[in-house]
Design a protein around this ligand. Structure first.
Ligand code: FES
Ligand code: FES
Length: 516
């Protein structure tokens, strides 16, 4: 441990720190200033930006040993407060810079440092500054952020008053189509909008900290799970496995169409018989600290019999591929489309015909905020799960039977949530929190790091497409034939719906009269 005295937002702080701990962790966990967010945790996104001795630093990758004694640190809490906003914060609100708001504190801190150094930047200099400091935003498209900095700079230079910059209700009182700041904008620009990871740090001290044992292979039979060594590790309260799950230990994929060949009960909450994908959750270590929980993860012994890993739809569709879910075909949903006349004679007669094979790749959604949540029994005895679910009622229905809980005994609450870009339409962390809370009877907190976020959560599904179009000599498309496979990974969850998108969207935008 090291003792350091550093002024944080002008207040001298005596800190006893592990020199290997990050500045972000110390700011958030030891000083309690959760306005500094941790997104990637790997120096890539700028969400954790603070000013140290006049320079913007990414605090997630700044170890305390690199923080000089007496270094002046400014976090978002030191830029301005709700009743004394800095021009950058007001400009952020007026220009719609704080949308989900997860990136906003880091951006605002970075912009403040820019204006301290250069109060008259050009738009290109603003863009370059954010590029140089790795400030990333998934919601805004950046233009409103540059607009905000340019306006804030005018105020800083005295060319505009803060009152001129502030939003004013138009005389007719109408806000539609105007720049009315979203109601959450003040907490978002001041860093007081608590996301799941922030709320998790403010739970009672007896809250168990969770860490996942995740699969490191893509396809395997599970022969045994031995938790005995892990349970003896310091601070470990319990290691939860599928044996502790009271319900059917499955998350239902909510089959959308009856022609689906699976039953939708294919995704385990905690792996029991098989690993279906890299990152599957096999066990949950519940301990007094995150460090203790993580230290015990590697002590859980999982005996596996590896199976062939099918890393694409064509590989899983090959004639010699084994059934990933025994009893359900790997091609578990098929759909067709027929519009207008038979396309084959039209293709033969067409003045022009083009055909090609196309691949639309797998995409992680890459929000700024990783997954985080917590669970507890409330004063009425309801299991209460807080997460960044954007479908709380849907997710409630999807996890109740797996947990083994009556629907009226489970509540799901949406935390203030960073942009999800679609991935949180699926339940992710909810059932894991529920299982851990039910197995221990204690409040529990689980915060994915970015690697876990990427390996555990669903992705935009790749499409393999063969496409043929025939046109007349004026170039008008007469006929289209498409043959597509959607690689939805090992779990059915909305996979039939996504596969149907091929029928809906391939060729969409053109008036094609004949389709097969
Ligand atoms: S750069 Fe620190 S959290 Fe992303
Ligand atoms: S407002 Fe920037 S990531 Fe959402």
């Amino acid at each position: 441990m090291e003792k350091k005295v550093v002024p944080v937002n002008g207040v001298s702080r005596t800190l006893i720190v592990n020199p290997e701990t990050s500045l972000a962790q110390v700011i958030r966990e030891q000083i309690g200033l959760t306005g500094t967010k941790i997104g990637c945790g790997g120096a890539q996104c700028g969400a954790c930006s603070v000013i140290m001795d006049g320079k913007v630093v990414r605090s997630c990758s700044t170890k305390m040993r690199r923080v000089p004694e007496g270094a002046a640190i400014t976090t978002i809490e030191g830029i301005g407060t709700a009743d004394n906003l800095h021009p950058v914060q007001v400009a952020w609100m007026v220009h719609g810079g704080a949308q989900c708001g997860f990136c906003s504190p880091g951006f605002i801190v970075s912009a403040k440092a820019l204006l301290d150094e250069n109060p008259k930047p050009t738009r290109d200099q603003v863009t370059d500054w954010f590029q140089k400091h790795h400030n990333a935003c998934r919601c805004t498209g950046y233009q409103p952020l540059v607009d905000a900095v340019m306006d804030a700079a005018r105020v800083v230079r005295g060319e505009m008053t803060l009152q001129d910059l502030e939003y004013k209700l138009p005389p007719d009182g109408k806000i539609w189509g105007g720049k009315y700041p979203r109601p959450s904008s003040v907490p978002k620009v001041t860093g007081t909008w608590d996301f799941g990871a922030d709320l998790g740090l403010k739970l009672p001290p007896d809250t168990l900290q969770l860490a996942l044992v995740q699969a490191k292979v893509s396809h395997a039979n599970i022969l045994g799970i031995d938790t005995s060594e892990a349970e003896k590790m310091p601070g470990v309260y319990k290691v939860v496995t599928h044996r502790d799950v009271k319900g059917k230990n499955r998350i239902t994929g909510l089959i959308t169409f009856p022609t689906n060949k699976g039953d939708g009960w294919d995704r385990p909450i905690l792996s029991d018989t098989k690993v279906f994908q890299f990152g599957d959750a096999i066990a949950i270590v519940c301990a007094d600290t995150v460090e203790h929980a993580k230290a015990a993860v590697d002590k859980v012994k999982v005996e596996l019999e590896e199976l062939p890993a099918y890393m694409s739809a064509p590989a899983a569709m090959a004639s010699d591929a084994i059934e990933i879910h025994p009893g359900t075909r790997n091609i578990y949903y098929e759909c067709t489309i027929e519009k207008g006349a038979d396309t084959q004679p039209l293709m033969e007669k067409a003045a022009y015909m083009v055909e090609g094979d196309y691949y639309v790749g797998r995409q992680p959604h890459l929000p700024m905020e990783p997954d985080g949540g917590f669970a507890y029994y409330d004063e009425e005895g309801h299991l209460t799960i807080h997460s960044k679910s954007i479908g709380i009622h849907l997710h409630h229905a999807m996890i109740c039977p797996g947990l083994g809980i009556e629907p009226d005994k489970l509540r799901i609450v949406q935390n203030p949530t960073g942009g999800t870009f679609g991935y949180k339409f699926s339940p992710t962390i909810e059932a894991l929190l529920g299982v851990a809370c039910m197995a221990t009877g204690k409040p529990v907190f689980l915060n994915f790091d970015y690697f876990q976020k990427i390996t555990y959560t669903g992705k935009r599904s790749p499409f393999f497409i063969n496409l043929k179009m025939g046109a007349d000599k004026e170039g008008k498309i007469l006929a289209m034939e498409s043959d597509w496979s959607c690689d939805h990974g090992p779990y059915s969850e909305f996979g039939d719906l996504v596969t149907l998108r091929g029928a809906q969207f391939i060729g969409a935008g053109y008036g094609i009269p004949n389709i097969r």
